[in-house]
Design a protein around this ligand. Structure first.
Ligand code: MCN
Length: 766
C-alpha cells in the first residue's frame, strides 16, 4: 500500500465560521429554548447571610401558593445526593470539606442554596420563593484570607486555621542558591476575585426516569462528560444511565465545567416529583452562586547574581478559596503555584501554596485558571528586579529565558515543557512595541505620560491527556465527525472540519461535525485549551483508521496487494492500472450496498504523555493622565507561539477575546465584598466588564510556530493566552509609568480611576 500524504489544504486557512450563519439569524438552540411537556421550573432560595445558623425553614406558605408543585429544603434533598470530593493533584493536601449542595444547618456565603421551589412557570416559582420563611441567626464572618488564617472565625469543624488546601516544593539546593544571590528583590502582589460573566447564564433541564433509574440532562455546559460523571457519582448510578446533551452555549469561560449544585438539586427534585425540572439562573444569581476566579496573592523573592541572572525564586501563594471546596476549586491555585518559574531558567525554587476558607462563594476555573496569576506574579517581580539592578526589562528577560536547546525542559517545580523557542517571540513583541534594549520608554505629552510594558507568557495546555473522536463516511457524500470536545463559542465545528477534510482528503463542505452528546461515547471535554491539541488529534487518528479500512476494502475489491494501491486527490487506485479511482464515498457506498450493517467508520483516542506549553510575548502601551490617574490603553501586542495553527482567523479571535478579558482584569474587573461578606459588585452596574468603548485600543496579533512533538499535527492551545499575557503587560506598563512619577513599589490591578487617583494623591503628599 502506498499511502501518499494528502496535501494539506484546509489546515492553516482562515475559513469563516460555519456555525455563524444559524447563530446570527437567531436559529441557534440554547438551553432555554428547550422545553418538555410537564416540566416544572425551579427557583433556588439563597442565603442572604454570609455566615449564619439556620434556625428553621418553613415551606408551608410557599407550598400553597399558586402553581407550586413542591418546596424542598436541605433535609429533603441533601440525603439524596452523595457529595463529590475535590479534585486535587497528587501531593496536594485538601481539607475534608466537600462542595455543599444545599445547606442544612449552617450557611457560609451569600447565595448558598437553602431551599428550592418547583412551580408551573418561572414567574410563579420566583413569587413563591419569597414565601419560603427562613429564620437565621447571623454569626461573625471572615472575608479576608489573611484574617481567616488567624482562625478567629473557624468555618468548619476541626479546621481551626481554615486551611483547606496546601502544597509546597523546595529544591534541595535552594538555600545555598539563594545565599549566593548578590541581590534579592521582593514583592507582594494580589489579584482580586473575578466573575466569568458568560453572556448566557447557567441552566439545565433534567428528567429523572424513576422506573429505569436514568437521568436525561440538557445543560448549558462546556461539555457533556464532566456533568455526566458527576451526576452519576452524586446519584449512585452507573455512568451509562446518565445522558447529557449540550446544545448551543453562549460562552462559559471556565465557569460551566461540571454539574453545579443547581443541576444536582434539579435532578433530585425531578426524581422526587417524577417530572422534568428546568432551572435557568438570572444574572444576579450568577454573580453570587457561580464559582468565581482568581483571588490569589503572593509574596515573591527573586535572587539574582551580578550579571542579572536569576539564581533562585521563593514564593508563598495565598488563595481565597471561599466557603467550601467545589470539585474544581484546587485546580487554579495549584496551577499558579506550579507555573511560578514562567518562561525563565530559574534553577532553584521554594514555592508554597495555602488555600483558606472565607465566607464567599467558592472559587473555580476562570479563563486562564492559575496561569494569569502565576504569569502576573513572575512578570512583575522580573520588572521590579530590572528596576532594582538598573537593567532594561527587555534585557533582563533575554538574559534569563529558557534557551531553545533545553527542550524538553524540566522545571524545578516538576513540569516538563515540551517545546519552545522564546527569544524570537520576545524580540518580535519588543520590535512591534518599538523598544530595544536600553531604549527609553516614556513620553510626557500634554499631561499624559505614556509608558510601555512587556511580559512573557507560558502556560500548560491539554489536561486530561486524551480525547475521543469518531469518523463515519457515508456513501451519500457526507463525513460525520464526532468529538468528545465541544464548542461553547470557540468554533470547533469549523476547525475540526478543516482537520478532518485534510486527513481524509475530502472537501470541507462534506464534513459535518457533531459534538455535545454523551451518547457519542466517552470523552473528556473542553477546558484548558485542549480541544484542538487532543480533540483534533483524535479525529486525525480516527481518519487514519478509516483510510486504512478503506485501503483494506479497496485491496480486495481491486484484487491487488495493498502495496500496489495509491491514494491521491482523486481517491484510491492501483498503480499503473487503467481501472478508475474510487473515492472514499464510493467505497463507503459499495460497503453499504454489500451489507446494510457495514459502515466505513472508526473511533479513536488521542494520547499525549503530558501537558504541552504554548507561549508568547505580550506588550502594552498605556497613557496615564498625570492629573487624575486615568489609564488609557493605547496598544496591545500579542506574539503567540502555539505550534501549528488550524485557522488563523479563529485563533486570532481567541487572542482578541482572551486579551480583552486580560485587559479587563488589569483595568476594571474586581468582585468586591464588604466586611460582612455582602457582594458590593453584584451586577453589571458596578462589576465593570468591558463594552465596545473600552475595546478601542489597537491589537496587533502575530503567530510563530514551534510544534509540539507529542502529536502528528503539532498544534497547541490558544484559548487562554490573552488572559495570561495581557494582564502583566498592562500591569508592567502602568507600574513603569508610576515609577517614573516617583511611586515606590508596586500597585496591584485593577488600575481603576479611584485606585490610580489615590496612588497619585499619595505621591503628591510625599
Ligand atoms: N485554534 C487554532 N489553532 C490552534 C489552536 C486553536 O486555530 N493551534 C483555534 C480553533 O479555532 C479552536 C479555538 O482556537 O476552535 C480554541 O481552541 P483551543 O485553544 O484548543 O481551546 P479549546 O477549544 O479547548 O477552548 C478552551 C478555551 C478556554 S480554556 C476557555 S476558558 C475559553 C476559550 O477557550 N472559553 C471561551 N475560548 C472561549 N471562546 C468563547 N467564544 N467562549 C468561551 O467561553
Amino acid at each position: 500500500m502506498n499511502l501518499e500524504k494528502v496535501t494539506q489544504k484546509w489546515v492553516g486557512q482562515s475559513v469563516c465560521r460555519d456555525e455563524d450563519s444559524a447563530l446570527v439569524r437567531g436559529e441557534g438552540k440554547f438551553l432555554d429554548d428547550i422545553n418538555i411537556e410537564g416540566q416544572l421550573h425551579m427557583r433556588v432560595v439563597r442565603s442572604p447571610f454570609s455566615r449564619a445558623v439556620i434556625k428553621s425553614v418553613d415551606t408551608s406558605r410557599a407550598a400553597q401558593m399558586n402553581g407550586v408543585a413542591a418546596v424542598y429544603s436541605g433535609k429533603d434533598l441533601a440525603p439524596m445526593i452523595t457529595l463529590l470530593p475535590p479534585a486535587a493533584a497528587p501531593g496536594v493536601t485538601v481539607g475534608n470539606v466537600a462542595m455543599s449542595i444545599i445547606a442544612e444547618r449552617n450557611v457560609n456565603y451569600v447565595g448558598e442554596p437553602v431551599a428550592v421551589v418547583l412551580a408551573a412557570s418561572r414567574e410563579l416559582a420566583e413569587d413563591a420563593a419569597d414565601g419560603v420563611e427562613i429564620e437565621y441567626e447571623s454569626l461573625p464572618c471572615v472575608t479576608d484570607p489573611r484574617s481567616s488564617l488567624s482562625g478567629s472565625v473557624a468555618l468548619h469543624e476541626g479546621i481551626s486555621n481554615n486551611v483547606l488546601l496546601s502544597w509546597e516544593k523546595k529544591s534541595d539546593d535552594f538555600d545555598e542558591a539563594m545565599s549566593r544571590a548578590s541581590r534579592i528583590v521582593e514583592g507582594t502582589f494580589e489579584l482580586p476575585r473575578l466573575v466569568a460573566a458568560p453572556m448566557e447564564p447557567r441552566g439545565c433541564l433534567v428528567s429523572y426516569d424513576t422506573h429505569a433509574d436514568k437521568i436525561m440532562l440538557w445543560a448549558s455546559s462546556q461539555d457533556p462528560h464532566r456533568p455526566r460523571s458527576q451526576l452519576a457519582q452524586a446519584f449512585g448510578l452507573p455512568i451509562d444511565q446518565v445522558r447529557v446533551v449540550v446544545p448551543e452555549v453562549g460562552g462559559a469561560f471556565g465557569s460551566k465545567g461540571g454539574a453545579p449544585q443547581e443541576y444536582m438539586l434539579a435532578c433530585a427534585s425531578s426524581k422526587k416529583l417524577g417530572r422534568p425540572v428546568k432551572w435557568v439562573e438570572d444574572r444576579s444569581e450568577n454573580f453570587v452562586s457561580s464559582y468565581q476566579g482568581r483571588g490569589v496573592s503572593a509574596r515573591v523573592r527573586l535572587g539574582l547574581d551580578d550579571a542579572g541572572v536569576f539564581v533562585a525564586l521563593e514564593a508563598d501563594l495565598l488563595a481565597d478559596l471561599g466557603a467550601y471546596l467545589f470539585q474544581p476549586t484546587p485546580i487554579a491555585p495549584y496551577t499558579a503555584a506550579t507555573m511560578m518559574t514562567g518562561a525563565y531558567g530559574i534553577p532553584c525554587v521554594k514555592v508554597s501554596l495555602t488555600g483558606v476558607a472565607t465566607n464567599k462563594v467558592p472559587t473555580g476555573p476562570y479563563r486562564g485558571a492559575g496561569r494569569p496569576e502565576a504569569c502576573f506574579f513572575v512578570e512583575r517581580i522580573v520588572d521590579m528586579a530590572a528596576n532594582a539592578i538598573g537593567l532594561d526589562p527587555l534585557e533582563i528577560r533575554l538574559r534569563n529565558l529558557i534557551p531553545p536547546d533545553s527542550f524538553p525542559y524540566v522545571t524545578p517545580l516538576g513540569l516538563i515543557y515540551d517545546s519552545g523557542n522564546y527569544e524570537p517571540v520576545l524580540r518580535r513583541a519588543a520590535e512591534l512595541l518599538g523598544i530595544t534594549e536600553n531604549s527609553a520608554s516614556y513620553e510626557n505629552r500634554d499631561g499624559w505620560l505614556s509608558a510601555v510594558g512587556i511580559a512573557m507568557s507560558v502556560e500548560p495546555a491539554g489536561a486530561g491527556f486524551w480525547e475521543s473522536g469518531s469518523i463515519t463516511v457515508l456513501g451519500g457524500g457526507t463525513v460525520i465527525a464526532k468529538s468528545g470536545s465541544s464548542s461553547h463559542g470557540q468554533g470547533h465545528k469549523t476547525a475540526f472540519a478543516q482537520i478532518v477534510a485534510d486527513a481524509l482528503g475530502v472537501d470541507i463542505k462534506s464534513v459535518s461535525v457533531m459534538q455535545g452528546d454523551s451518547d457519542f461515547g466517552a470523552g473528556i471535554g473542553t477546558f484548558g485549551s485542549r480541544s484542538i491539541l487532543l480533540g483534533g488529534e483524535a479525529l486525525i487518528a480516527a481518519s487514519t483508521e478509516v483510510r486504512a479500512i478503506a485501503s483494506d476494502w479497496a485491496s480486495s475489491f481491486f484484487e491487488a496487494a495493498k502495496e500496489d494501491l495509491t491514494w491521491d486527490a482523486d481517491g484510491v487506485h492501483v498503480q499503473g492500472s487503467p481501472e478508475p479511482h474510487l473515492t472514499l464515498f464510493e467505497i463507503a457506498r459499495k460497503m453499504e450496498e454489500s451489507d446494510k450493517h457495514s459502515k466505513l467508520a472508526a473511533e479513536a483516542h488521542s494520547n499525549i504523555p503530558g501537558a504541552v506549553f504554548p507561549f508568547g510575548a505580550y506588550g502594552a502601551e498605556v497613557e496615564i493622565d498625570i492629573h487624575t490617574g486615568y489609564v488609557r490603553l493605547k496598544r496591545i501586542i500579542a506574539v503567540d507561539d502555539t505550534g501549528t495553527i488550524i485557522n488563523p482567523l479563529l485563533a486570532e479571535g481567541q487572542v482578541v477575546g482572551a486579551t480583552l478579558q486580560g485587559v479587563a482584569s488589569a483595568l476594571w474587573e474586581e468582585m468586591i465584598y464588604d466586611a460582612d461578606g455582602m457582594p458590593l459588585t453584584g451586577s453589571f452596574l458596578d462589576y465593570l466588564i468591558p463594552g465596545s468603548k473600552e475595546s478601542e485600543f489597537s491589537l496587533a496579533s502575530e503567530f510563530r510556530c514551534t510544534p509540539t512533538p507529542y502529536t502528528s499535527l503539532g498544534a497547541k492551545g490558544i484559548g487562554e493566552s490573552g488572559t495570561v499575557g495581557a494582564l502583566p503587560a498592562v500591569a508592567n506598563a502602568v507600574n513603569a509609568a508610576l515609577t517614573k512619577l516617583g511611586f515606590a513599589g508596586h500597585l496591584d490591578p485593577p488600575y481603576s480611576p479611584e485606585k490610580m487617583w489615590k496612588a497619585l494623591e499619595r505621591l503628591e503628599k510625599i
